[in-house]
Structure formats: structure tokens, C-alpha cells
Design a protein around this ligand. Structure first.
Ligand code: GLN
Length: 546
């Protein structure tokens, strides 16, 4: 490593989490659960995700391919795993918590163009690996973390993650013994025909890691059945790890059980021992346990429609569905989400699909497909006084529906859907009109908002000053604000600096709230989001009327 790249944070320890055998084993949940256990022992912990794809960030990826795009306070469009990190740790992440191959190359190529390499040939080793190593430590300069957990996306053996693995190998030497460990998450499949758990895929995956010069310290084994002692012994023997470091990760009823399952397996203690961190107290898990208790013992139940166009892939609305779990537990209510494709809400029997529900949420989104179905969903909620929650595009739909059907603004629309609309009640933000590039150019990240006291929003937040995260190009067109307010749709949340309408509500309705921002990005286990709580409570009330 060059002198300029020397790692100089001896106090921070590093945990790398890799995955083997298959993707989707839940590295994000295991990392978050471990981080939570360490945090509950008083350690300062953060998690970062390294993704192997070439996109600079996931902002331009179709949600069908990559699930939802998670936005941080500082306006980065990131991987949805960062959502898990925040939901478990209750600590905000930043743009430095998500690095992609694209970001690394972008940085190195920009430096090459500036002439920083002084005639040298720029290569994967050392230039790309040096840049990756710089990113491994960058969070330690942001805050005084005791431990940084780095999740390496993809699977060991993938061509595209090789530079990350090589950088990890070098980095572990650079920072010296006992300052880092590697946890490898793997699958122990159950062969129905043989009636046996099979360790061979894990053996192969560990061999592949070893070929790259990395010996994992701990194996976390995803399994549908308990791992008997002899199997743990076998895995330990063939994979060159201690038997106590073979951790069982049994399929869980809810992801929120995983911290406790990992605790039962002593994962946190083993990690601390291997990192030579001594003297931390036992983890305090009372609050987590009481959350789980409420989650598992609901006193009521509601059915809420989630209307969106990406409903086939539930990950596209990950933060929304998790927010309902947090708010439901808070109100001791089981929230059943009824996933409804907005495209299905336009035939002549569309309204039947919304009958017998307790509330409707219209989800964020982009573009025309499924748009008119969302408008119908709003209409149904408004007319039937059913609790309604619109998020981002969902809020814009609420405005358009009100314009068309209450204000009689014929064909009112957003200029996103119809640039020539007669009544452009939702229009592109002024600052967006000059934007030509798509990546990272929306109105992103946290902005302040001031609430009117006589509102559902204020009832929920119990404060007039809030701050929420955004991701949009279009906004409420203030030219029409008077028409709306005179007829009962009130702007109850306004950005104090730009006058942008951030929340609309219908006065004569039990609970009708549209938010231009994304409340779902700030809901955590320990701090469920006030608007989700307000909405769930309204749905509980509504369900009692039926
Ligand atoms: N497409 C809308 C806009 O850009 C809404 C975006 C969203 O729902 N995130 O303003």
C-alpha cells in the first residue's frame, strides 16, 4: 500500500461479512443483528455495504431489479440494506455507508483524468484496491466508531466482487492482527430425498475464499433445520474454523428475532473475543424484547391496501412494509398488507377490490403505468371516509384526484404524466427544469417542514418542526393552493425556505394525509414513525365501525 494510503485508525476494529453458496441469505439482517447486539453493549457501531455493480448508485435501477432505493439524510440514493441498518440501530447512515464498484471506478478514473497518477499505468491492483481500502476506513474519519461492519454484496466466487475480496485480504494485513475478522454467511441446504443437511456447498464456498487468501473466522450457517453437534464438528473440520465459531442461523418467524437468535448462539461474544475487545457489559435487550412481545401478541388486526405498481416484488416497498410492522407493534395491532397492483384498479369492478378494508396507502412511484388506478384508490378512500395515506406520488395522486373530482378541474394532472395538462396541479420543481442527467439529481435527502397545529400531522408528531427525507422532481403547484384550501384540502406541512407543500390533508375526513416526503425511511424499531402510527390507529378506529 502507498504511504499516502496508510491506515491510521488503530482504535477502530473491522468486521467483514461475505456471503457464499447463493445470494439472498440475509447478510444485511445478520450484519444488522450483530451490530445491534454490539451496540447494546455500549459500543459505537456502524455498517456499510459494498455493492459489486457498476452503477454509481442504485438510484437509476428499476425497483424490480434491485428493490427499493433507500435515501439517506444527506441525500444519497443507496441500497435497501441501509434501511435495515437504520431500522435496527436507530442511527442514521450517510452516503459513505454505501459504496459500489461504479463509485470506486468513477473516483479512480476522475483522478486519472486530473493527472493524479503521473504517467503510471492505472490498474485494478493497486489503484482500484487502494481506493476500496480508502473506502473501508472512510467512516472512521466521520465518527469515532469502535467497530465498522462491512458487508460485501454478492457471492464469493462472483467475478465482479473479486477486487473487494482482494482489497479485504490486503487490508487485513495492513491493520494487523486482532483488528479485523471475516464472517462468512453460507447455506446448509436440506435434501428432502436424503433427509439430510448438506455441508458440501459450504465447504466449496469456504475453499473459494481461502483461494483468495482469506480464512473466515466465523461461519454463520443459514438452515431450515437445527445443526446437530456432529455437523458443526464436520463444518469446523473441513472449513478450518473453531467449532464454537460455527453459528446456526435458523429461519426465523420475523427478521426482528434474529438479534436474539444470534445472541443465543453467542455470536457477539465470539466476535468480541476474536477482536480482543474486553470489558464490555452484557447487552441490554429489554426494549427489543418488549417490542417483540408486542409484535407477537397483537390485540387487534387491520387490513390495509398497499396500492402500487411494483407490488410483485415486495422489496420494492421494503421500508413501507417494515414501517407498518413497527407502527403495528407500537399499537399492538397486526397489520395485514393487501398488495394491490394499481394497474388492476381500472377495470369496471375495481372498487370491489377495495371493499372490506380498513385503510388505503398509495405508494411512491414514477411514470404513467398504473397511475389512473392509484387515482381511483384515492377516490375510494376519500368518498368512503376510509383512512388514506399517500406517499410521494401517492400524495400527488391525492391532489390530482381532488382537483378532478372536487374542484372539477377537468383532466387535472401532473406534468409528469401529461406535460400539456390544462390544470397542472402537480408540476416540475423550478430547479429540476434545467436538469439533464438522471443520476442523483432529484430533490433528495432531508429538508425541514413546518406543520399547522390544527392537523392530523401535528396530532401525530406533537411538534410543529419536523425534518423528513425526499426523492422527487415534481411538486404541488402553489398557483392552485387557494382553490384547494377553499374547498377543504389543506396544506398542513410547508417547507419554510421554499414554500413547497410537503403535506396535504382533507379536513372533513377522519384521516386523509398525503406526504410529499418519505416517512417510511425514518421508521425504526425503537422509533416507529408518527405518521404510520397515526394511520394505523385511524385504521383500527375505522375497523371498529364496520
Ligand atoms: N414521480 C414523482 C416525482 O418525481 C414522485 C416520486 C416518488 O414517488 N418518489 O415527483
Amino acid at each position: 500500500m502507498n504511504q499516502e494510503n496508510k491506515i491510521t485508525k488503530p482504535n477502530t476494529k473491522y468486521i467483514f461479512v461475505t456471503g457464499g453458496v447463493t445470494s439472498s441469505l440475509g447478510k444485511g439482517i445478520i450484519s444488522s443483528s450483530l451490530a445491534y447486539l454490539l451496540q447494546s453493549r455500549g459500543l459505537r457501531v456502524t455498517i456499510q455495504k459494498f455493492d459489486p455493480y457498476i452503477n454509481v448508485d442504485p438510484g437509476t435501477l428499476n425497483p424490480y431489479e434491485h428493490g427499493e432505493c433507500y435515501v439517506t439524510d444527506d441525500g444519497a440514493e443507496t441500497d435497501l440494506d441501509l434501511g435495515h441498518y437504520e431500522r435496527f440501530l436507530d442511527v442514521p447512515t450517510s452516503q459513505n455507508n454505501n459504496v459500489t464498484t461504479g463509485k470506486i471506478y468513477f473516483e479512480v478514473i476522475s483522478r486519472e483524468r486530473r493527472g493524479d497518477f503521473l504517467g503510471k499505468t492505472v490498474q485494478v491492483v493497486p489503484h482500484i484496491t487502494d481506493e476500496i481500502k480508502r473506502k473501508f476506513v472512510s467512516l472512521s474519519y466521520e465518527s469515532n466508531f469502535d467497530i465498522i461492519i462491512t458487508e460485501i454484496g454478492g457471492c464469493i466466487g462472483d467475478i465482479e466482487s473479486l477486487p473487494f475480496v482482494e482489497a479485504m485480504r490486503q487490508f487485513r494485513w495492513d491493520i494487523g492482527e486482532h483488528n479485523s475478522i471475516v464472517i462468512h454467511l453460507t447455506l446448509i441446504p436440506y435434501l428432502q430425498s436424503a433427509g439430510e443437511l448438506k455441508t458440501k456447498p459450504t465447504q466449496h464456498s469456504v475453499k473459494m475464499l481461502q483461494e483468495s487468501g482469506i480464512q473466515p473466522d466465523i461461519l454463520v450457517c443459514r438452515t431450515e433445520h437445527s445443526l446437530p453437534v456432529d455437523l458443526r464438528k464436520k463444518i469446523a473440520l473441513f472449513c478450518n474454523v473453531q467449532q464454537s465459531s460455527v453459528i446456526e442461523a435458523h429461519d426465523a418467524e420475523t427478521i426482528y428475532d434474529v438479534p436474539l437468535l444470534m445472541r443465543d448462539e453467542n455470536l457477539d461474544e465470539i466476535v468480541l473475543k476474536k477482536l480482543h475487545i474486553e470489558g464490555t457489559p452484557e447487552p441490554i435487550l429489554d426494549k427489543w424484547m418488549s417490542y417483540l412481545k408486542k409484535l407477537k401478541n397483537p390485540k387487534s388486526e387491520v387490513n390495509i391496501a398497499l396500492v402500487g405498481k411494483y407490488v410483485q416484488l415486495k422489496d420494492a416497498y421494503k421500508s413501507i412494509s417494515e414501517s407498518f410492522i413497527h407502527a403495528g407493534a407500537h399499537s399492538e395491532c397486526k397489520v395485514n398488507l393487501i398488495w394491490i397492483s394499481s394497474e388492476s384498479l381500472v377495470d369496471n369492478r375495481w372498487s370491489e377490490k377495495l371493499e372490506n378494508l380498513d385503510g388505503i396507502l398509495v405508494a411512491p412511484g414514477f411514470g404513467e403505468r398504473g397511475f389512473e388506478g392509484k387515482i381511483n384508490a384515492v377516490k375510494y378512500a376519500r368518498e368512503n371516509k376510509m383512512p388514506f395515506f399517500g406517499i410521494c406520488l401517492g400524495m400527488q395522486c391525492a391532489v390530482i384526484e381532488f382537483a378532478r373530482n372536487v374542484l372539477a378541474f377537468e383532466n387535472a394532472n401532473s406534468t409528469e404524466m401529461n406535460p400539456d395538462a390544462n390544470y397542472p396541479v402537480i408540476d416540475m420543481m423550478e430547479e429540476q427544469k434545467q436538469v439533464t442527467h438522471k443520476g442523483g439529481t432529484m430533490r433528495l435527502g432531508s429538508y425541514p417542514c413546518v406543520l399547522k397545529e390544527d392537523s392530523r400531522a401535528f396530532d401525530a408528531y406533537q411538534s410543529t418542526q419536523i425534518s423528513e427525507r425526499h426523492r422527487h422532481r415534481f411538486e404541488f403547484n402553489n398557483k392552485f393552493l387557494r382553490d384547494f384550501e377553499d374547498n377543504g384540502m389543506i396544506a398542513t406541512g410547508i417547507n419554510p425556505d421554499t414554500d413547497l407543500v410537503e403535506i396535504v390533508e382533507i379536513k372533513e375526513h377522519p384521516w386523509f394525509v398525503g406526504a410529499q416526503f418519505h416517512p417510511e425511511l425514518k421508521s425504526t424499531v425503537m422509533t416507529p414513525h408518527p405518521l404510520f402510527i397515526g394511520f394505523v390507529n385511524a385504521c383500527i378506529e375505522y375497523s371498529k365501525q364496520l
